[in-house]
Design a protein around this ligand. Structure first.
Ligand code: NAD
Length: 296
């Protein structure tokens, strides 16, 4: 099947690499033009680097190789003014917006000296950044109604019970990890609310929950050490692999970004036109294996 995004314009945050880039490339392959934004700057509380301008430009190149157009803009999802400018520029060049993938996110697992305010850093991007993305896009989407689709990137951290500071034993330690999990959990309720309120206009809103996915966010010491608390010192990807595989029912250690992009493509396309307010794991069976949380 091809052309599932023909005539669509998709606004994708965190598009410099990882899942955001995979969404941009696959949706372009299926006929969409892309407005790609990324912060292109590092974030103090987050130990791994963010994308840079070269990464975002490479996403633009890859979209163009698929024969589609791409407007790539440096913008921070914490800044509504920057998102509005990016959208205005993209829509002026590419035409009516139909699709939003609110994907940008951080997992600030500070090693050694976590700070209480890391919680806020995570929330500012992982929750408020998503709400900003949706808020600036809705006025555009109201013009297309039933052809519009919003997809929010959640996480298995939204679904498993023991991921925030108030639950013991904690799956993800520290304020940054707790802020991440709390944000992702809150996004489920936010998706429900937005789906309900936008439904009369025909606009759909759905959330997806990937498990560990082979991107910079996963390939960081923070995640590796959460999964291998039994090891001293630096943990390697090979150390992480069996623990990550044990997190899943299906025999695989992690997803690739392209796996998530297939699900998001379906939710972006008219093939899912009767679906809104759904909350869908793409989790290699994590939730069927650990319904009460890992180790429970
Ligand atoms: N990788 C995983 O294991 C995993 C699992 C579940 C959910 N997720 C979620 O998937 C989404 C994509 O992450 P990824 O796995 O591709 O990681 P990634 O770190 O490779 O990509 C995240 C992108 O978001 C950008 N970004 C960060 N803060 C931003 C901001 N304030 N404004 C604009 N752009 C910003 C980064 O520069 C980067 O390009 C995130 O929402 C993440 O929480 C990831």
């Amino acid at each position: 099947m091809s052309g599932r995004m023909a005539g669509k314009v998709s606004f994708i945050t965190g598009a410099g690499r990882g899942q955001g880039r995979a969404h941009a490339v696959l949706q372009a392959r299926e006929g969409a033009d892309i407005i790609a934004v990324d912060i292109c700057e590092n974030i103090d509380s987050t130990p791994y680097p963010m994308s840079n301008w070269d990464d975002l430009n490479e996403t633009k190149n890859l979209v163009e190789k698929e024969g589609r157009r791409c407007v790539a803009v440096k913008a921070d999802v914490r800044r509504r003014d920057e998102l509005v400018s990016a959208l205005d520029e993209g829509v002026a060049e590419l035409g009516q917006l139909t699709t939003v993938v609110a994907n940008a996110g951080i997992l600030p697992l500070a090693m050694g000296d976590p700070q209480p305010m890391d919680f806020h850093d995570a929330v500012d991007i992982d929750l408020i950044g998503v709400m900003n993305t949706v808020a600036v896009a809705v006025p555009h989407l109201l013009q297309v109604g039933p052809r519009a689709s919003i997809i929010i990137t959640g996480s298995t951290a939204a679904l498993i019970p023991n991921t925030t500071s108030s639950t013991e034993p904690r799956m993800i330690m520290g304020p940054g990890g707790a802020g991440y999990a709390w944000s992702k959990k809150t996004l489920v309720g936010y998706t429900h609310e937005m789906a309900l309120h936008l439904a009369p206009s025909g606009i759909r809103v759905n959330i997806v929950h990937p498990t560990n996915c082979n991107t910079h966010l996963m390939n960081a010491q923070g995640i590796y050490q959460v999964f291998r608390p039994d090891l001293e010192g630096a943990v390697t990807k090979e150390d992480f692999r069996p623990a990550s595989e044990a997190y899943h029912a299906l025999p695989a250690p992690w997803l690739e970004p392209e796996d998530v992009a297939e699900l998001v493509l379906f939710l972006a396309s008219d093939g899912s036109k009767h679906m809104t307010g759904t909350s869908t794991p793409i989790d290699l069976g994590c939730m069927v294996k650990w319904p009460a949380g890992p180790g429970q």
